[in-house]
Design a protein around this ligand. Structure first.
Ligand SMILES: Cc1ncc(COP(=O)(O)O)c(C=O)c1O
Length: 457
């Protein structure tokens, strides 16, 4: 069989036997998908027909050290040959060393880890820790969790309800009880009318306080948020210190979901470090192992974790794959690479360059309304009118046009409704960024031409 016919047969099998992630397989087939990736190096992958692509998404904003790091594969192989698995109750050296490493590199007294397999499970674990902690602390009435609108904390049964909105949750009613939603501090569209990042941050933090007051502080277990959200960017500098102080004052735990923004992506090892804030629970996934294998973690502050000491107080939570030694060995090697090759600093400096270049496109392209984000986690918001910030009507088919343009130019980058989220491997160089920005520039010209939009004057 030729490479083409072999690929076509595989593609048909994928369409026949698999549920794609949040996509219809009929539409996927019409677009000639799914792409079958074969190998990768740095920020590039090659597909089954030999075409090279730049992965602007970095997996799911997750392949932090880039593709093709043989050391990670070797570390995993070595551990798999030695001992592939033992359940917790017993444990293994890589798992202990990884827990110790997390205690060392996470801020403040975050020090006790529950390992899981992915970000959703990490947040499910944080939710259980928060509720169970309050029971052990003599406040069993605290069960409510305050999340923020338009956030994302995963797709499993409980955490699904902390994020999303209509469209992603409807099929799965009834809702998980006790989940509330505060405003998301996006200053470009501050729903509370804040006109600067600072104003929006203060208003949105205050809204959490008002929500706690309204609900009754004795019923609130925790506040959860992504310190830098993939869809919304970083809030004004006042936000996280204010939220931390509000949680302290009302006795609610603060859960920082750093599933995406942890491990250097925002230019600090952990995004909360931008504001010197220490959460009570820090959830981590993706970049912990650059998604080479499934492992994730909920790291708990000592003062909270200590409530679970003693047989009668133990955390009732067992997951078969928790603390998997092969994945732990890979994660340790991944963190070593991040540290030894100064990738966190690279995300900060080269990420700022990326943002500047993308902001530069605003000069030519009227449809680019806002470019925001920190480090290598950027968002671009697209508008039909920059003055009114109006979005494009469905009939304009903006998303499909952009995605076709990106595909044509070899970018793995998918526009969502009116936004593009950019999170490549953080090993990326300036030259590679120039290449991506040029391809985005060409795509924007093309799409604006199709839509009859003239250039900025
Ligand atoms: C902020 C955040 N939390 C949680 C999750 C869920 O992680 P997973 O897909 O590993 O379950 C994601 C995934 O994209 C995420 O971005």
């Amino acid at each position: 069989m030729t490479a083409h016919t072999e690929t076509e047969a595989l593609r048909q099998d994928a369409l026949r036997y698999m549920f794609p992630h949040r996509r219809g397989w009929i539409e996927m087939a019409e677009e000639g998908g799914p792409l079958i990736a074969v190998e990768g190096k740095g920020i590039r992958i090659t597909d089954s027909e030999g075409r090279s692509w730049i992965d602007v998404n970095g997996g799911y904003n997750s392949v932090n050290v880039g593709y093709g790091r043989a050391e990670i594969a070797e570390a995993a192989r070595e551990q798999a040959l030695k001992l592939p698995y033992m359940p917790s109750g017993t444990t293994t050296e890589p798992t202990i060393r990884l827990a110790e490493k997390l205690a060392q590199i996470t801020p403040g007294s975050l020090s006790r880890t529950y390992f899981v397999s992915g970000g959703s499970e990490a947040n499910e674990t944080a939710l259980k820790v928060a509720r169970a902690y309050h029971r052990r602390n003599g406040e069993p009435g605290r069960y409510k969790v305050i999340s923020r609108r338009n956030s994302y904390h995963g797709f499993t049964g409980g955490v699904l309800w902390m994020g999303g909105g209509a469209g992603v949750r409807d099929d799965f009613e009834p809702a998980y009880p006790g989940i509330l939603h505060a405003p998301q501090p996006v200053s470009y569209r501050c729903e509370l009318g804040g006109e600067t990042p600072s104003e929006c941050a203060a208003l949105c933090a205050k809204a959490i306080e008002e929500m706690i007051e309204f609900e009754g502080p004795e019923s609130v277990a925790a506040v959860i948020g992504e310190p830098v959200a993939a869809g919304s960017g970083a809030p004004g500098d006042e936000y996280w210190p204010m939220v931390r102080e509000i949680c302290d004052r009302y006795g609610a735990l603060l859960i920082a979901d750093e599933v995406i923004c942890g491990f250097g992506r925002t230019g600090r090892m952990f995004a909360v470090e931008h504001w010197d804030v220490v959460p009570d629970v820090l959830t981590l996934a993706k970049g912990i192992v650059s998604t080479y294998l499934p492992i994730a973690a909920a790291v708990v502050r000592k003062e909270i974790a200590d409530a679970f000491g003693g047989e009668e107080n133990k955390l009732t939570h067992t997951l078969t794959f928790s603390g998997h030694p092969v994945a732990a060995a890979a994660a340790l090697k991944n963190i070593e690479i991040l540290e030894d090759e100064n990738m966190v600093e690279n995300a900060a400096t080269v990420g700022a360059y990326f943002r500047d270049q993308m902001q530069g496109l605003m000069g030519d392209h009227p449809i680019v309304g806002d470019v925001r984000g920190l480090g290598m986690l950027l968002q671009v918001e697209l508008v039909s009118d920059r003055e009114t910030k109006e979005t494009f009507p469905e009939e304009a088919m903006l998303r499909a046009r952009l995605n076709e343009g990106f595909r044509k130019r070899g970018l793995i980058l998918r526009a969502a409704a009116d936004t593009m989220s950019i999170g490549p491997p953080i090993c990326i160089t300036r030259d590679e960024i120039d290449e991506i920005v040029h391809a985005i520039d060409l795509t924007l010209w093309e799409v604006e031409g199709q839509l009859g939009i003239s250039r900025m004057t």
